[in-house]
Design a protein around this ligand. Structure first.
Ligand SMILES: CC(C)(COP(=O)(O)OP(=O)(O)OC[C@H]1O[C@@H](n2cnc3c(N)ncnc32)[C@H](O)[C@@H]1OP(=O)(O)O)[C@@H](O)C(=O)NCCC(=O)NCCS
Length: 195
């Protein structure tokens, strides 16, 4: 097992890049800023939790955080590239849900795609790949997901990939938003059935 700072369970090995049928899923790189800023310029992408687009500077800060977290933990969300168009459509995968301290140590699976990529099954396809890696390569026992209570499209991805709703939960306020109502979904290695 690789050492953990206590914010997540120990992992057996770092997360690799992965290809699915329709997506290339890889670590964020410094050179992703232009493509990511294009995706984050759509208000809908950050409707939950901010209800506005992200600026280029905010996107750059986000990108730096992703790269640093992956270096720290040995895993993080992948940037998602649609193979058919060789174009970035957003990001998804596993990360530490540091915004909800009460459930740490934990690993969360999440997704955030541009509107043109919705309704095609991409979030579920990538999330299944993330759970596969979490339970095989990383050898985690359990993964959670934390959609906002007012985001049914995100909760539907949880249901689609076989996660079970455990309870409602509060996301504490931070310097960018107030307290939010969320849903705590979970899935164990035994419950996960990759399709
Ligand atoms: C949350 C989000 C990722 C959900 O995207 P999504 O496209 O609805 O989810 P999926 O990838 O699971 O796709 C499922 C849909 O694709 C359809 N679909 C079409 N082709 C498909 C295929 N080949 N395989 C599977 N599903 C397919 C399904 O029927 C389903 O449509 P429906 O909802 O009308 O029944 C998306 O709304 C999003 O990025 N929102 C903004 C960011 C956000 O809120 N993130 C979560 C923060 S908590």
């Amino acid at each position: 097992m690789l050492p953990s700072d206590g914010s997540h369970p120990p992992i057996a090995a770092p997360l690799p890049n992965v290809d699915t049928e329709r997506l290339e899923l890889r670590r964020f790189e410094e050179g992703d800023l232009d493509e990511l800023a294009r995706v984050f310029s759509h208000r809908e992408v950050w409707q939950f939790p901010y209800d506005r687009a992200l600026s280029r500077d905010e996107t750059a800060a986000f990108l730096e955080t992703q790269i640093r977290e992956w270096d720290t933990y040995g895993f993080g969300c992948w940037i998602a590239i649609e193979k058919a168009r060789a174009s970035v459509i957003g990001y998804l995968g596993i990360s530490v849900p540091a915004f909800v301290p009460e459930i740490l140590p934990a690993v969360e699976v999440g997704w955030r795609l541009e509107p043109a990529a919705w309704g095609k099954g991409y979030a579920s396809e990538g999330a299944v790949a993330a759970l596969t890696e979490a339970f095989s390569t990383l050898q985690l026992d359990e993964v959670c997901s934390l959609p906002q209570a007012i985001n049914p499209a995100s909760a539907a991805v949880c249901e689609r990939i076989g996660m079970r709703l455990e309870r409602t939960i509060k996301f504490p306020a931070n310097d960018r938003r107030g307290e939010l109502d969320g849903l705590l979904y979970k899935i164990t290695r035994e419950e996960f059935q990759p399709c």
